[in-house]
Design a protein around this ligand. Structure first.
Ligand SMILES: [Zn+2]
Ligand SMILES: [Zn+2]
Length: 218
């Protein structure tokens, strides 16, 4: 049995009743790009798979295995943000995103197939040229055209053709705890108790302990 089935992934994501759109992602991120589009697709697919609707739902946690563009779309679309503590970044340099629903313990992990348009040697060479400022006007235009094409493809391609959505089992990510504040005995700034270190009998903040505290300009 081999059905000739046309995928309607395109319609499908337009009908998703999210108040926030890809345009909101672009506004937040500063530009449109394939990575942002990947994050958008990952977030919408995960929310659908887990039956989560934003913004009523704050039980969703996103674990991103990259710190690149896609993370911004995930914050906008899924409402899993750095400040709320429900965005976790383990930068393994992978286009993989796991979403965990605290309500029922269900989780999905989404990985992206290799993007043949933007992960070729030619495209990388062109990108390097553009970002080093050595590209001609034509090359820059060509680069932006290709980026746009790749972005549109990621936004509208049937889910199966660009990503893999797998149910996974995992422990609930730790919740952000509220710490008591103490004063760093070196810089005098307020710091969460649990984030201090003992150095020569003094309780100091991590930057002071490591000598990486930004120095004041005179
Ligand atoms: Zn980007
Ligand atoms: Zn300090």
């Amino acid at each position: 049995m081999h059905e000739h089935e046309h995928d309607h992934g395109h319609h499908h994501h337009q009908n998703t009743p999210h108040a926030v759109t890809f345009d909101d992602c672009i506004r937040f991120h500063g530009h449109s790009c394939p990575g942002l589009a990947s994050g958008y697709r990952a977030a919408t697919a995960a929310m659908e798979a887990l039956g989560v609707v934003r913004p009523e739902d704050e039980d969703l946690v996103a674990i991103c295995e990259t710190d690149a563009c896609g993370v911004d779309a995930i914050q906008v679309i899924a409402g899993t943000t750095a400040g709320k503590g429900n965005l976790i970044i383990h930068d393994y340099g992978k286009h993989a995103f796991t979403f965990y629903n605290r309500k029922d313990g269900k989780a999905v992990r989404i990985t992206f197939h290799r993007n043949e348009q933007t992960e070729t040697g030619d495209f990388s060479a062109l990108r390097a040229k553009v970002f080093s400022g050595k590209a001609t006007a034509e090359e820059t235009e060509e680069f932006h055209k290709l980026m746009h094409k790749a972005t549109v493809k990621v936004l509208h391609a049937p889910a199966d053709s660009i990503m893999k959505i797998e149910k996974v089992t995992m422990d609930a990510p730790k919740k952000a705890r509220i710490f008591a504040s103490v004063t760093c005995e070196c810089c005098g700034e307020s710091v969460a108790d649990a984030k201090t270190r003992q150095v020569n009998g003094k309780r100091v903040c991590i930057p002071c302990a490591e000598g990486t505290h930004p120095e004041k300009k005179e």
